[in-house]
Design a protein around this ligand. Structure first.
Ligand code: IDP
Ligand code: MG
Length: 150
């Protein structure tokens, strides 16, 4: 089964949307296997967003993600990567569909509330960056046969 990293960025934490965002993914049926509230160091932020280094928004992005605590969550389940991206909506909240996190709660692309891994491979890399192996719990959520035809 796939795993993916979801970050509730500082604006999501400050605005009290952690529970709402978790609720949407949890109700969709994915299984949480790791979660923590954390301050993001400049080093972690720069490693996570290395692909965007040199872009006009890069410095602002690093300032944003390091400005207040974030909640980092690892989700597991069939199609976890694409399902989380779908729940979050398009990067620019003004293009995100109503019903998505960014479409319902965001306006500005520089305050888009969340991060979701964009591929299975990048998800694994990001999970290794943000979590130690012993912070991830192997467990089975009861009733998953009512979510997945395994
Ligand atoms: P994603 O978060 O949907 O994967 P990316 O293109 O990977 O989107 O961009 C990473 C993050 O950089 C976005 O979530 C957003 O916070 C920020 N970002 C992207 N483009 C812009 C921009 O044009 N202005 C300000 N911030 C941006
Ligand atoms: Mg991205």
């Amino acid at each position: 089964m796939e795993r993916t990293l979801l970050l509730v960025k500082p604006d999501g934490v400050q605005r009290g949307l952690v529970g709402t965002i978790i609720d949407k993914v949890e109700r969709r049926g994915l299984r949480m296997v790791g979660v923590k509230l954390m301050s993001v160091s400049a080093h972690l932020a720069e490693t996570h967003y290395a692909i965007h280094k040199g872009k006009p928004f890069y410095n602002g992005l690093i300032d944003y993600i390091t400005s207040a605590p974030v909640v980092a969550i690892v989700w597991q389940g069939s199609k976890a990567v694409s399902v989380v991206r779908q729940v979050l909506g398009s990067t620019d909240p003004t293009e995100a569909q109503a019903g998505t996190v960014r479409g319902d709660y965001g306006i500005d692309i520089g305050r888009n509330l969340t991060h979701g891994s964009d591929s299975v491979k990048n998800g694994l890399t990001e999970i290794n960056l943000w979590f130690k192996p012993d912070e991830l719990i192997e467990w089975k959520r009861s009733g998953e046969e009512w979510v997945f035809e395994i």
